[in-house]
Each structure stands twice: as C-alpha cells, then as structure tokens.
Design a protein around this ligand. Structure first.
Ligand code: SF4
Length: 271
C-alpha cells in the first residue's frame, strides 16, 4: 500500500510504498498489528510475485520501498529485490524493523538498505521477556542500532535518502525504560539521529496481562520525555499527537487498514 502514517520524511509527498510482512520474530503482548504479526493474516506470495508488487509500488509513485517487519523473510525478499532491480526498481529501500536483528544479517544488508527504521523498545531484559518474549532483546537491539548507524549514519531530514531514524514506543509508567534508552543513544553519539518518540500506545491485544499496561500514556508523561530528549541534545525529535492512540490502530481485514481503524481499548480486559 501507499502508506501515509509513517514518519513525515519517510512518507514524503507521495506516500511510502509499504509491504507488511505477516508474522514477527517478537511476540509483543500489546501489538496493535497482532492480526498480521501473531495471527498470520496475510496473502501467500512467491518471491516473483513479491518482486512484481515492489515494481507496482514504484509505478504508483511511492517515495521508497518500505519493508515492515521483514527480518524473518529476508531470503525471499532478497530474491525478490534482485529480480526487481533487474527490472528497473530504483526506489530507496527502507528496512523497518523491531530491532531484533542479528549482526550477521545486517552485514549482508550493508549497501542494500538505504534507510534503517529500527525500534529501540526496551533496555531491561526482564521487561523484554515479559512483554515480547525475548529476554535477549536489549543487547540484540542495541548492537543492531549501533551497526545500522555505523553503516549509514543519521538520516538527513532535508534529504531523506540514506540514514537511520530510531523509533521508541513510549509505554506508560516508564515501562519501556524510555529515559535509559535516550541516555544510551546519547552515550553512543547518536544525538544527531532523528528520534521518533511514539505516543500511540494503547492497551491492545493481550496488554491486560501486564500490570501497568492497561492504561494509555498520559499527556504529562509524554511531554516530560520529549522535554528530556530536547534537553539531552537530540537535534531532531519527531513527536506524535496523543490522538494518534486512536488514529494508528489499523484493521488489516479492511481494504483500507489505516482509514478504518478499529475501536481501541477492547483488549485491556483481555476480551
Ligand atoms: S515487534 Fe512490532 S509487529 Fe512484532 S509483535 Fe512486537 S509490536 Fe507487533
């Protein structure tokens, strides 16, 4: 689809040519995309059909080719990209990932990916295990973000063709160790990397199983974190309106997943 809900430098004027891949290598209890990430909603495609879909997005005027949660399909994706490049694909490639990527895979992607859009979800292993089923997430994502930055540097928002944007979904009550994550990025010399602080958390899917995740993010919590980021010296902080808690709940059973959002809050009670 041509997607207009990503960060503005990724969307551009014509929309990001986005392919959502079914399933995921994490199991986040609060996943707003659980229809595709955990229930497997999707469409079977061969890698040849995937190549044709990439070229179709270019035909439709996409600003880039945006692969969402691609990690576990990189072999068929690589085959599809190879075919599509032979047939004229020229779009910048966006690798849109939860950050749970191996260094071996990232080494193979060097020179192939133009824009990395990784999450940095948590820095605490117990929290990563409880909320996403991946105790090794923090050190894995930290190493991945470091490697991505070493490959392509920070994204220039005025000429968004190459570089990294780091995303951080802010959970209520600092359950995502937001302050620690920002400090880590600063210590790693990434104050020049655009930082997308996402306020869109709402208790979806199985979030009701985790104490503290049954509520939405408070305006004051988010504002304090944005201020902290600015005071730390982040040069570019991308912020969301809190209304995005409702705007960004897609229904992938609809032909128009982001224009026909589901009612929110239905999973807070586990129903
Ligand atoms: S990484 Fe993203 S898509 Fe995967 S389960 Fe977590 S929130 Fe869902």
């Amino acid at each position: 689809m041509l997607h207009f809900g990503e960060e503005p430098p990724i969307v551009g004027e014509r929309g990001s040519g986005t392919v959502f891949f079914a399933h995921c290598n994490l199991r986040c209890l609060f996943c707003q995309n659980h229809q595709i990430s955990q229930e497997g909603l999707g469409q079977d495609m061969t890698w040849q059909e995937l190549a044709a879909a990439f070229l179709d997005l270019q035909e439709r005027g996409a600003e880039n080719l945006n692969l969402v949660t691609p990690t576990h399909y990189m072999l068929p994706i690589a085959r599809a990209l190879h075919r599509a490049y032979e047939e004229g694909l020229r779009l910048p490639l966006v690798y849109n990932t939860n950050g749970y990527d191996s260094l071996e895979l990232l080494a193979l992607l060097e020179g192939v990916v133009d824009i990395y859009l990784p999450d940095l979800k948590y820095l605490d292993a117990a929290c990563a295990e409880r909320c996403s089923g991946a105790r090794a997430y923090p050190e894995t994502a930290q190493a991945a973000v470091r490697a991505m930055h070493a490959q392509v540097g920070a994204l220039d928002l005025d000429a968004p063709a190459r570089g990294v944007i780091v995303r951080h979904l802010v959970l209520p009550a600092n359950l995502s160790q937001s302050y620690e994550a920002l400090l880590w990025l600063a210590d790693e010399g990434m104050l020049g990397v655009p930082l997308s602080l996402m306020s869109q958390y709402a208790p979806h899917h199985r979030a009701g199983e985790v104490p503290g995740l049954q509520t939405r993010l408070a305006c004051e919590e988010y504002g304090a974190l944005v201020e902290y980021a600015q005071n730390l010296g982040f040069e570019q902080v991308l912020v969301q309106e809190l209304e995005s808690q409702e705007t960004y709940v897609p229904d992938f059973r609809s032909d128009n997943p982001f224009n026909d959002p589901r009612a929110i809050g239905d999973c807070a009670t586990g129903k």
